[in-house]
Structures are given as C-alpha cells and as structure tokens.
Design a binder for this molecule. Structure first.
Ligand SMILES: [Fe+2]
Length: 187
C-alpha cells in the first residue's frame, strides 16, 4: 500500500471514530436545545451523521480495507466541551444557552469539515475517485450543517440584543430580589 493510501486509511479510521462518537452526543444536544429550529437542526444532523458512518464504511470497502475505528481524541475533546456547555447552560437563560450550544456544535462541524477536506484531497491524489466522491458528499453536508447553525443563531442573537437582553434581566431580577430578601431578613 502506498504511503498516501496508508495515511488516507488512517485518517478515515479517525473520522469513523469521530462520527460514531457524534451519533451518541447529538441526541443529548437535541434534548438540551430550547429553540425548536435548533432541535430540528440537530435532529437533521444526527440522521446525516448516521449516513456519514455508512459512507465511511463504503469508502473502506472500496479501498479494500476493514472499517476499523482509531480513537479520535480531537472529537472526544470537543464532545466533552459540548457536554460542559450543556450542563453550564442549565444555569443560563434559554437564548444564551442555545447560543453556547450552537458555538460548541460549530466547533465540531469545523473539525469535521477540515477532516473531510483532507481525506477528499488524499483520495483524489491517488486516483480513488469513487472514494473522493463519497467524501465530497459528506463534506457538503457538514458545510450545510454549519451554515444552518449560523442561520438559526441569527434570530437568537437578535432576540437577545433587541429585547434589551431579557435573559440577563431575568437573572439580574432573580439576584436582586434574593439580595432584597436577605437584607430584609437582616442577613
Ligand atoms: Fe459528519
């Protein structure tokens, strides 16, 4: 096997682990999202991600290799951060929590976009055009998922800014009323 093909297989093994980790993390993100459009975007990407796993398996088949996963620490770290974002979001207003979730998801998308860009280039380089086409389809879906998240974020940011940052006001109100109660209780 050429060194480039060997590298391609290794990178695909990394992506296979990344995608399968993501199929487990996305349902948690669906659950954590407040905005219905954000939930929908995550659900859509979960279905796409299951398809990405299948495409990777087909790519291994075309290359005459076993569909074996190699631990992807990058995605593991991004998912861990995403889980932190979910738990920290419980203490935040819904709009800000959703924005933080979008930020975490877009980091994941960008990681995948660069991963697929690399494997597509490697496949093209060694003349594996069918593999390159499969990877190109997935890359297109990762890019559109990223774009969709940007679109979902726009009205959320607008709501946060034009409503005088209602989320923050609620938090401030909670804080000031509890301060008033403590003062009244003489503590
Ligand atoms: Fe993917």
């Amino acid at each position: 096997m050429s060194e480039v093909k060997e590298l391609l297989v290794e990178e695909l093994q990394d992506l296979l682990h990344a995608e399968s980790q993501l199929t487990k993390a996305l349902p948690q993100m669906v659950q954590a999202a407040h905005n219905p459009k954000l939930k929908e975007a995550f659900e859509k990407h979960l279905k796409q991600t299951e398809g990405h796993v299948e495409r990777l398996k087909r790519a291994f088949g075309l290359l005459g290799d076993k569909a074996q996963a190699k631990p992807c620490k990058g995605m593991a770290g991004l998912i861990e951060e995403g889980q932190e974002t979910i738990s920290e979001g419980k203490e935040k207003g819904e709009l800000v929590a959703d924005l933080a979730l979008i930020a975490a998801a877009q980091k994941i998308e960008h990681y995948e976009i660069c991963g697929y860009g690399t494997v597509r280039a490697l496949a093209r380089q060694i003349g594996e055009t069918q593999v390159a086409t499969l990877l190109d389809h997935t890359l297109g879906e990762e890019e559109s998922a990223d774009y969709l998240l940007t679109e979902v974020a726009k009205p959320v940011i607008q709501d946060l800014t034009s409503n005088g940052n209602s989320d923050v006001r609620v938090e401030r109100h909670k804080r000031s009323s509890s301060t008033a109660k403590s003062a009244a209780a003489g503590s």
